[in-house]
Ligand binder design. Structure first.
Ligand SMILES: [Zn+2]
Length: 86
């Protein structure tokens, strides 16, 4: 299980469940328990995808995608729907 949350700087991060802290690229160390969890996913791959999708929603960037990520995947479509509700 991976937890997805945001840093104060706005970046979206993920951490494996049970990990106490996560360092953001802005330099801040986040206490995972102190953050509102945006989403929970099962695998690191899904977490990475969800983070990328959220960053795109927030910043409107068209960041790099792999062929795997754009394939027609039911689970990813579910994530897309969840993100749109945030
Ligand atoms: Zn940050």
């Amino acid at each position: 299980m991976y937890l997805i949350f945001r840093c104060d700087c706005g970046r979206v991060l993920y951490a494996k469940k049970g990990v106490a802290t996560r360092k953001c690229t802005c330099g801040k160390t986040i206490k995972v328990k102190s953050r509102r969890i945006l989403q929970k996913v099962e695998t690191a791959e899904d977490a990475s995808y969800a983070v990328q999708k959220m960053q795109e929603e927030i910043y409107g960037s068209t960041s790099f995608r792999t062929a795997d990520e754009v394939k027609n995947n039911k689970f990813f479509k579910q994530i897309d729907r969840k993100i749109k509700k945030l």
